[in-house]
Write a protein that binds this ligand. Structure first.
Ligand SMILES: [Zn+2]
Ligand SMILES: [Zn+2]
Length: 421
């Protein structure tokens, strides 16, 4: 008796041909765009010691508390699948002494893991493209990140996006702001949801972006970080806004856009879309001048973002994905033809002609049917009669027009024929 067939774990999705091409294309556009903006690729480990994330994301945040895939490995060490990319990049940057290197701009793409409650559209293995600039404090680097984000999504043909920006202040101006916000929230406890009651004590900024109706009303007149920004934070924010204007990039100020962790400073931003139902973020990022120090490094300014690839793929029109080159299907009729055509198949593939060959034992009609189902543009047919005449038949699968080529110069003739199209 056979056993039950396996299926993928809940929250883990296979990308099959038809959909996977879109992802491959997003990745290739990412590589091209990020490279044009001077970013170098970095690939970090997917499994890290759990402490890296408790230290960087914070033991009190929902992500670490409930959502990481954390387990003891065979050596008894607590390890976690990365729930996001920044901590690993900073860890690698510190570990390999990149502080002394000339390259300060990095990008990555790959899977991240969060053990979220399964619900529509929430995957436990999801994918991000992220970029980090480590060691640059000037506002022009914030602008650079935002222009990169805008250009990348434009190259993918995604429209209808809104760039929202805000400033979160710094270690000088945030503590007094935090106190003012907590005072404001303490007078409205009755209106806050359960999560926000907890947040108002440990992480009051997060209350500002709670999506619940009651909380949104409660914080409508709450003090915002921008009102409490110190001179340096105010100047930085103005320079970022001016920089975006200089590049002709539209943005809107969202004084309630926040990040929950203390190492986030100054600029915070999101790229949002209304095309996915409720307003939702396609990309999010900001300046995190305090993170490198939190992970044991020297005080180092940094700014970064992460883009959700699942959302990009949803927002992209399938028409923008370039179609693969037309397929040439080679039809050998009999063993002699199969043997004779194998070198041509190899040579054409070496020249990047997309080729497939049929089963030499199959009939002409069956092979042509397979060529059709694969969407072949041309079929190349050779049987014993053609071998005897040193010829081959090239058939246009759409028009059914046929022409005769010489077997001895087959690969070259096909190349020049396809180039003429
Ligand atoms: Zn400040
Ligand atoms: Zn709330």
């Amino acid at each position: 008796m056979g056993s039950q067939p396996f299926s993928a774990l809940r929250g883990f999705k296979d990308l099959l041909p038809g959909e996977a091409e879109k992802w491959v294309w997003i990745e290739s556009v990412a590589r091209e765009t990020f490279s044009a903006f001077g970013f170098a690729p970095i690939r970090t480990a997917i499994l890290e010691t759990s402490e890296l994330f408790t230290r960087s994301i914070g033991a009190t945040s929902d992500i670490v508390e409930k959502e990481t895939y954390t387990f003891d490995d065979w050596d008894g060490r607590k390890v976690s699948l990365r729930p996001e990319g920044t901590a690993s990049v900073v860890r690698a940057w510190l570990e390999h002494g990149l502080v002394n290197g000339v390259q300060r701009k990095f990008y990555y793409l790959g899977p991240m893991f969060r053990h979220e409650r399964p619900q529509a559209g929430r995957l436990r293995q999801f994918h991000q493209i992220g970029a980090e600039v480590i060691g640059e404090a000037a506002p022009r680097h914030d602008v650079e990140m935002l222009s990169l984000l805008c250009d990348f999504t434009a190259r993918l043909g995604i429209g209808g996006l809104t760039l929202e920006i805000n400033t979160l202040g710094c270690p000088h101006c945030r503590p007094p702001y935090r106190t003012a916000l907590q005072r404001y929230l303490s007078e409205r406890q009755a209106d806050l949801c359960e999560d926000c009651l907890r947040r108002s004590a440990v992480n009051p900024l997060r209350v500002l972006d709670c999506k619940k109706e009651g909380c949104r009303k409660a914080v409508a007149d709450a003090p915002c970080p921008v009102d409490h920004a110190c001179g340096a934070c105010g100047d930085h924010f103005k320079a970022v806004c001016d920089g975006l204007t200089d590049l002709g990039l539209a943005y809107c100020l969202n004084p309630k856009l926040v990040r929950g962790l203390d190492y986030y400073t100054k600029t915070a931003f999101e790229l949002t879309s209304t095309a996915l139902g409720a307003q939702s973020a396609v990309a999010a990022g900001g300046r995190y001048d305090g993170l490198v120090e939190t992970l044991g490094g020297p005080p180092t300014p940094a700014v970064g973002f992460a883009i959700g690839m699942e959302r990009l793929a949803l927002l992209m029109s399938p028409d923008v994905v370039p179609r693969p080159a037309p397929l040439l299907f080679i039809v050998p009729l009999g063993a002699a033809a199969g043997r004779l055509l194998s070198p041509a198949l190899f040579q054409l593939r070496q020249k990047n002609v997309r080729c497939e060959m049929g089963d030499e034992a199959a009939k002409l009609s069956a092979q042509l049917k397979r060529a059709d189902r694969l969407g072949a543009a041309h079929a190349l047919i050779v049987g014993d009669a053609e071998i005897a005449q040193n010829s081959a038949i090239l058939r246009n699968m759409t028009t059914k027009a046929q022409q005769t080529l010489s077997l001895s110069t087959l690969a070259d003739e096909i190349l020049s024929h396809l180039a003429g199209r």
